[in-house]
Design a protein around this ligand. Structure first.
Ligand SMILES: [Zn+2]
Length: 347
């Protein structure tokens, strides 16, 4: 999360709440199992998070005023100009207002539901924003009409330094982008200081944040993030920082200028300068980000992607005996996503 240009110790890192991550892990494990046992369905693991090419994604706001909404909208212009997908903020010219949604909504007013009332910055990834299997019990975050999908905490109290970079970062998540430091073709996993320096003496500052010891030895990322304010388990660190080795993920070449690359404190890296350290200003989309938007949302949906969706739908709806997919909210969800993709292509 490029929330400001100067890396500092004791910063809260972006992450989805554990409950949401846990729900996504169950769903993704099911998708992986189905993909493993059904050749031709591999793409359902990681390729269903992008929205149908050329479609319209409605965005709404839970809270905040129109001036704040207008600021957020203006920051997304760089994104809208680089893709064949429409972000529709429901602007009412006469009233000077943007689309709103509410926690009591029974009918979905928007696919991307922005809030400013929870802590931290985070976003569900792509079509997860309409996935009701994430939390069907009505918690604060999920795919139900009254659940948040993207949060910019504290923005109602004033726009923080680097806010446009954070807005673009979270909206790229909402458009199915993952973190650049987790790009399996990147240098980050090898250059991150995962473990403490040899003989490191656990040392904290007045806030309890782990810092270098008296001999200048550094804590590792695991130790640092286990302390306040993040208090992450090793599993959570791995989930948020290690490369995703998902065979279905299309990894482009590593882009150090991307707004999807975290900016960490220098001790996170083993080498200085680190090949994993951002080279961009953390605010503007890089050329690589724009290319990525053009790949995900090209002028016309790729025929092979649409054909893949048709075949996948065929397999899921006319299940061969023993295919083991079985009817469930998870299979219904995949069917809905494939339906939407085909419908958008058929126009
Ligand atoms: Zn992020």
């Amino acid at each position: 999360m490029n929330d400001d240009t100067t890396p500092h110790l004791g910063a809260m890192l972006e992450s989805l709440p554990d409950a949401v991550v846990a729900a996504l892990e169950v769903r993704d494990a099911w998708r992986r199992r189905v993909a493993d046992s059904n050749p031709g369905l591999e793409f359902i693991v990681s390729d269903l998070q992008s929205w149908p090419v050329g479609s319209t994604v409605r965005v709404g706001f839970l809270d905040g005023d129109s001036a704040l909404h207008a600021a957020v909208v203006s920051a997304t212009t760089q994104i809208s100009e680089a893709m064949n997908l429409t972000l529709d903020f429901g602007y009412d010219d006469a009233a000077g207002t943007y689309r709103r949604w509410s926690l009591d909504d029974q009918e979905r007013q928007a696919e991307v539901r922005v809030s400013f009332d929870m802590g931290g910055y985070w976003s569900l990834v792509g079509t997860d924003a309409t996935d009701t299997t994430i939390d069907p019990w009505g918690g604060p975050i999920g795919g139900l009409p009254g659940q948040r999908t993207l949060n910019l905490g504290g923005y109602k109290d004033g726009l923080p330094a680097g806010w446009e970079g954070t807005v673009r970062h979270e909206f790229l998540h909402a458009l199915a982008f993952q973190h650049e430091h987790q790009n399996m073709r990147g240098p980050c996993e090898d250059d991150f200081r995962w473990e403490d320096d040899e003989d490191y003496v656990p040392t904290t500052d007045a806030r309890g944040v782990f810092v270098k010891d008296a001999a200048g030895r550094s804590p590792g990322i695991y130790t640092y993030l286990a302390g306040p304010p993040n208090r992450w388990s090793r599993q959570k660190v791995d989930h948020n920082l290690r490369t995703s080795d998902d065979p279905g993920t299309i990894a482009s070449t590593f882009d150090a200028a991307s707004v999807m690359l975290y900016r960490f404190a220098p001790f996170f890296y083993l080498s200085d300068p680190s090949p994993c350290a951002p080279t961009g200003n953390g605010e503007d989309l890089s050329d690589g980000d724009k290319r990525g938007l053009g790949v995900l949302y090209p002028p016309v949906a790729l025929p092979e992607v649409v054909e893949q969706a048709r075949q996948g739908l065929q397999m899921l709806t006319t299940e061969a005996p023993g295919a083991g997919v079985g009817r469930s909210p998870y299979s219904d969800r995949v069917v809905d996503l494939l339906d939407a993709r085909i419908a958008a292509a058929d126009g």
